[in-house]
Write a protein that binds this ligand. Structure first.
Ligand code: AMP
Length: 357
């Protein structure tokens, strides 16, 4: 168990690392950020930083020597990096969670094993298999994705007719793919939850998410979902966390299909980290997702995740951030900016939380 004054190492220096470091600071814990990019937003709010490649073992060892526990803020950290660090200091969550969450096939296999629904899926390693599946039992519409390293809709293509197979296959760029049946969902939702070092489990209320151009635009809680479907989504998240022996905050993204029984939830993705759709918790819950994560990593008891009202989070993407003055004009808007020097199209620059009622 860590004590105030101890230091947490964070792999990754983006806005999630920055908000984790801010939450840690509030609890009297220092952070050391390890990231390859010199202009990482988390550096400016942390006690120490290392700029080095994730495969630089000398730099990793020095980093481990400076901290009391280690975590990560994005899922594309190489698994070998986490395994190497696990030999030196406690890493929470560990390499097992990372391994599963980095691979869309493993993720869906796990969800199915735990009794959750997913889209139908098949592994794709050749154009021929893809053509046979699309023209045969699998049919269209379907979505082809790289199994690894995809985010915000990158590395994926929708296939609506057999003639699109070749073009879609090219998106894989020689990498293994996963072909998924296209889910005709009504809404997208997510469960953000935290599992403590002692196995305690605390989930935030189910969040409803709206994407624009494959990037999260708006989250709102409570989601429009029946009580039974919401309980099932939380139960699936809990089963996933227990199967992975997970410690920390994580997200499970679902598709929701409305039905007379209050809805069906279909697992799409697992994120082994704090998540954009949980940013509303910073101002809309008794304990936010970042503090919950830090508490779990430190081996401390979790806080109460209960919601403070109807809460909305809007992402500030690219030029949206130029509107910061107007947002400040609403004295009840909670503005969060990530300290990124340059506005770029599609770049997450900040977000705004509002308690609507
Ligand atoms: P992902 O990278 O898997 O989160 O996918 C990005 C977005 O593409 C999702 O949020 C959905 O809006 C859409 N999408 C992905 N997979 C499917 C699917 N199997 N069926 C329908 N829509 C999908």
């Amino acid at each position: 168990m860590l004590k105030p004054g101890d230091r947490i190492g964070i792999l990754g220096g983006g806005q999630l690392g920055r908000m984790l470091a801010l939450a840690a600071a509030r609890l009297g814990l220092d952070c050391h950020i390890y990231a390859p990019e010199a202009d990482s937003p988390a550096f400016t709010v942390s006690a120490a930083s290392t700029i080095a490649d994730y495969r630089d073992e000398a730099a990793l060892a020095a980093f481990a020597g400076d901290v009391d526990a280690i975590t990560y803020e994005f899922e594309n950290v190489p698994v070998e990096t986490v395994r190497f660090l696990e030999g030196l200091k406690p890493v929470r969550p560990g390499s097992k969670a990372l391994e599963v969450a980095q691979d869309r096939l493993e993720e869906k296999r796990l969800a199915r094993r735990l009794g959750a629904m997913t889209a139908d899926f098949e592994e794709i390693t050749s154009l021929r298999t893809l053509r046979d599946l699309v023209g045969g039992v699998f049919g269209v519409p379907a979505v082809l994705k790289t199994t690894r390293l995809g985010y915000d809709g990158k590395g994926q293509a929708k296939i609506t007719r057999a003639g699109e197979v070749e073009e879609a296959f090219a998106v894989l760029g020689g990498r293994t793919g996963i072909l998924e049946s296209f889910v005709r969902f009504d809404r997208e939702i997510s469960v953000i939850a935290t599992r403590g070092h002692d196995g305690a489990f605390a989930a935030f209320d189910v969040t409803e998410n709206e994407h624009r151009s494959h990037i999260l635009h708006r989250s709102v809680v409570p989601a429009r979902i029946g009580a039974k479907a919401a309980a099932e989504a939380v139960s699936i998240a809990r089963r996933i966390a227990e199967a992975l022996d997970y410690v920390g905050t994580f997200a499970v993204e679902f598709f929701l299909i409305d039905d007379a029984a209050g809805g069906q939830v279909i697992v799409n993705e697992i994120a082994p980290r704090v998540h954009n759709s949980g940013h509303w918790t910073m101002d809309g819950a008794f304990t936010c997702q970042f503090e919950q994560h830090i508490r779990a990593v430190a081996g401390w008891p979790l806080g109460d995740p209960a919601r403070l009202g109807v809460v909305e989070m809007i992402n500030l993407i690219g030029e949206d951030a130029a509107g910061w003055r107007e947002i400040l004009g609403d004295g009840r808007a909670h503005l969060h900016l990530y300290g990124k020097a340059e506005i770029r199209a599609g770049r997450k620059m900040g977000h705004v939380n509002r308690i609507l009622g």
